[in-house]
Write a protein that binds this ligand. Structure first.
Ligand code: ADP
Ligand code: MG
Length: 323
């Protein structure tokens, strides 16, 4: 099977969204912008040996490659519309490609994302998706919008993906049921698309937690020129992680909770005037939205207070590919 057969059989599809003028099959896709809307573009790459190990289930990889991009769009408050897929594959393994596309397509259908182009080449396995979302002009949620006095919130739970990785690597252990639940958080993250869209006009800033809370909230602190104080006891986490916080594995649990990557929850700030709207939103979305702290004055940096209210002396650091 050659490159063009692979494209025809597995990547090509008929144009679907009305604003798509030209889809897969030409040198580029053509999109007609909707009046009054802006596009948000983001790209994220999954590299074998770096982001996933050889032999990872291709269905889950297809899901995750798109999910991490939809998470970035969600953090901007954008509604996903289109995606481009660049793949490097060591060989034209059709079964692998078909399974990968099953995972990708299932998530794409769920969020009405249309694949409109890409590139296919031989090389060490590498999956790179560019996602395009839209939102009303001027309504994007930025990292730079947090104000002193705002509450800080986080969706869902934190640290499960990192704990799953620790369990898989033999550095920790949990019972079989927790292991399955944690594994799903690592392999099949659910991008918080509906939340991101609903936070337009509600949140003052937003970011998705892909590299750990301390690092990602740190970006908001820097971009917004504010400080932030977070309460460890308020951080939402799974029962499995909660149990480890009070055990001999506390250091590991703290690292998962504060610096664990791959959660893909949203961390956002909002003024107190939005308290009730955010409570209502959590109910409507059936997704916990937990206040975890407050935005403070510029210069205060990011502090995390332990269960007795004392600032942690040392914060676990975010993952850095070149660190
Ligand atoms: P070109 O050589 O002009 O870049 P290609 O032969 O690489 O074009 O691709 C032909 C068409 O197939 C283009 O529309 C391109 O966007 C699309 N395409 C190629 N690879 C993929 C892929 N992995 N996923 C989706 N579309 C793809
Ligand atoms: Mg061309």
């Amino acid at each position: 099977m050659n490159e063009f057969e692979l494209i025809e059989r597995h990547f090509r599809r008929a144009p679907h969204h009305p604003e798509l003028r030209v889809g897969i099959g030409d040198d580029g896709a053509v999109i007609a912008p909707s009046p009054g809307m802006e596009y948000v573009l983001t790209v994220d790459m999954l590299v074998e040996g770096r982001h996933f190990v050889a032999g990872t289930d291709p269905v889950r990889l297809g899901h995750k490659a798109l999910a991490v991009n939809l998470s970035d769009l969600a953090a901007m408050g954008a509604l996903p519309r289109f995606a481009l897929l660049a793949v490097a594959l060591p060989d034209a393994d059709e079964a692998w490609v078909a399974a990968f596309m099953r995972g990708l397509d299932a998530l794409a259908r769920q969020y009405d994302v249309e694949l409109i182009g890409g590139d296919t080449t031989r090389g060490p396995r590498n999956l790179c998706i560019t996602a395009i979302g839209e939102l009303p002009a001027g309504s994007a949620l930025l990292r730079s919008g947090a104000n002193p006095g705002d509450r800080i919130y986080v969706s869902g739970t934190l640290g499960d993906a990192a704990l799953a990785l620790a369990v898989a690597g033999g550095r920790s252990d949990v019972d079989a049921r927790s292991r399955a639940a944690l594994g799903r958080r690592l392999d099949a993250p659910e991008p918080r698309v509906a939340l991101g869209v609903a936070l337009r006009g509600v949140a003052s800033s937003a970011i998705d937690v892909s590299d750990g809370l301390v690092g990602d909230l740190g970006h908001v602190v820097t971009a917004s020129r504010v400080g932030a104080a977070v309460d460890l006891a308020a951080l939402p986490c799974s029962p499995a992680l909660r149990a480890k916080l009070g055990s001999a594995e506390r250091e590991l649990a703290l690292a998962c909770l504060l610096a664990g990557g791959d959660d893909y929850e949203l961390c956002f700030t909002a003024p107190h005037a939005m308290d009730e709207r955010i409570e209502a939103l959590a109910l409507a979305l059936r997704l916990p939205l937990t206040p975890i702290g407050a935005v403070g004055a510029h210069g205060g940096g990011l502090t995390v207070r332990d269960e007795s209210g004392r600032a942690l002396a040392r914060l676990p650091q975010a993952f850095d590919h070149f660190g």
